[in-house]
Design a protein. Structure first.
Length: 277
């Protein structure tokens, strides 16, 4: 099964698209992944859209505030890590070179969050769940399957997140695999000159059943395919694409999407951590 009921501290659990053209982005994602959706009003003129697959939440879409758009901020996918106590991490974040971008705040009765910038310049959301745990399904077609940091200073990033979450790492050639509590939890890659002026960022991957067909659908639906199809040995095929509003993300055809397992030694605890790889 791929259903999730609880995420351990330090685990990727949610992704949220903040869009300069939410209407176009919504139509794109519904058609690309076959998602269902429901809207939550957040003001008289704005709604927060929850996407679903197989009846479970997978991610969300949030229209960018006009004052943020006025600053020239492009559309983006925000990645969230579940934490036990958002407020308790504020001091360690600052002490280890990070910055608080959005101060800790309650999101209705869903949970408590903050948004930070790590010492290398990448933004990341921290989520303390209440009624909303994050994605209710992962590692299956149409759901989140991986999270990855692109940074120009990987050693600084590794040290920061190790102190913040207790992450451990395994380096495979030029790729750094993240482990949280003994389980795969995303990766890190150092950016070189081929990335141009692209800022450091956390990226989200979504699993598709057919990478070639998905790449064609991206362009048919008004998005862009940014990179050629690439192979991750023994893992699958992937590429970077953009939605019609310019938010970049990965699509990936996994060779085998492993279901989330119960915590070792527990017959009842359905806590999980991230990543099919």
């Amino acid at each position: 099964m791929y259903k999730v009921t609880k995420y351990p501290h330090g685990t990727f659990s949610w992704a949220e698209n903040t869009s300069t053209d939410a209407r176009a982005a919504e139509a794109f994602y519904l058609a690309l992944f076959g998602w269902d959706k429901f809207d939550i009003p957040i003001s008289e003129s704005m709604t927060y859209t929850m996407f679903q697959t197989q009846g479970e939440l997978v991610c969300a879409l949030n229209p960018m505030m006009p004052e943020i758009q006025a600053q020239g901020i492009p559309s983006f996918w925000g990645n969230y890590v579940t934490v036990a106590d958002v407020d308790a991490l504020v001091a360690p974040i600052k002490a280890n070179g990070g910055t608080i971008l959005v101060e800790p705040m309650d999101v209705f009765d869903s949970g408590r969050m903050t948004f930070i910038v790590d010492p290398t310049g990448a933004q990341l959301g921290l989520w303390q769940p209440n009624n909303h745990i994050g994605a209710g399904i992962v590692n299956t077609v149409g759901a989140m399957c991986w999270n990855e940091l692109l940074t120009r200073d990987i050693e600084t990033a590794k040290a920061f997140y190790a102190k913040l979450f207790g992450w451990e790492y395994r380096v495979d050639e030029h790729y750094t695999h993240i482990s949280n509590g003994g389980r795969g939890n995303g990766g890190m890659m150092e950016m070189d000159e081929n990335f141009g002026e692209m800022p450091p960022m956390w990226m989200v991957y979504f699993h598709v059943s057919d990478i070639d067909a998905a790449m064609k659908r991206v362009e048919t639906l008004g998005g862009k395919v940014i990179t050629q199809k690439m192979e991750a040995p023994a893992t699958g095929w992937f590429t970077v694409v953009e939605d019609p509003a310019g938010a970049p993300f990965y699509i990936m055809q996994l060779e085998q999407a492993e279901p989330w397992q119960e915590e070792p030694g527990s017959a009842k605890d359905e806590s999980v951590s991230d990543a099919a790889r």
